[in-house]
Write a protein that binds this ligand. Structure first.
Ligand code: G3D
Ligand code: MG
Length: 180
């Protein structure tokens, strides 16, 4: 197309180990991403192209593979990120509880390294719980407090909410950077 433009967005996906970060990327890209692993910083990045309004969006998702213990390499991981996704797990166990508590920590790290980039929150593994038992106001309060763009209930297993959640942040970036 004649007037088509290309946009490049780096998006970091953070959250405690085992909350489903890698599975979510796989689900969204239907496994068609090109994966590369940066051993030194314990991160992988997945490249994925998406057409939108005739324009091409080249996405790179950076995903922490190891645990959070990589403080001195943080700047490299976060460098030039245009948006961030914080993932936690809704499951009713220690991982679920801790990963919710740690949202604040992840927020602080993003803020420190990236400043005011848009952040969305994914409450993942929604397939594992009864949706009526979710305390939505607790999540909304937190999302308001940190000025998250939005929050979504997702399941990398069933696919519920996944495309919507990713598209929300991608469309936000597209509108922000689209040349007028
Ligand atoms: P991480 O990248 O955040 O560390 P992974 O997490 O994507 O590796 O997922 C950790 C485990 O949780 C995996 O299980 C994965 O299949 C499971 N998982 C991820 N998302 C969901 C989800 O939405 N629902 C359910 N039920 N499980 C999910 P295994 O057993 O492979 O380690
Ligand atoms: Mg992973």
């Amino acid at each position: 197309m004649e007037n088509s433009e290309t946009y490049r967005f780096k998006i970091v996906i953070v959250g405690d180990g085992a909350v489903g970060k890698t599975s979510l990327i796989k689900k969204f890209t239907k496994g068609t991403f090109e994966k590369d692993y940066v051993k030194t910083i314990g991160a992988q990045f997945s490249k994925y192209n998406k057409k939108f309004n005739g324009d091409l969006i080249r996405l790179v998702f950076w995903d922490i593979a190891g645990q959070e213990d990589f403080n001195f390499l943080q700047p490299l991981f976060y460098k030039e990120s245009k948006a961030a996704i914080i993932v936690y797990s809704l499951e009713e166990n220690t991982l679920g509880k801790k990963s919710f508590t740690h949202i604040e920590n992840w927020y602080e790290v993003i803020k420190k390294n990236c400043g005011d980039i848009p952040i969305v929150l994914f409450a993942n593994k929604v397939d594992l719980i009864d949706e009526n038992s979710i305390n939505k106001s607790k999540i909304k309060t937190l999302a308001d407090e940190y000025k998250f763009l939005n929050f979504f209930f997702t399941s990398a297993k069933t696919g519920q909410g996944v495309v919507n959640a990713f598209n929300a942040i991608i469309e936000r970036l597209y509108l922000q950077f689209k040349t007028i």
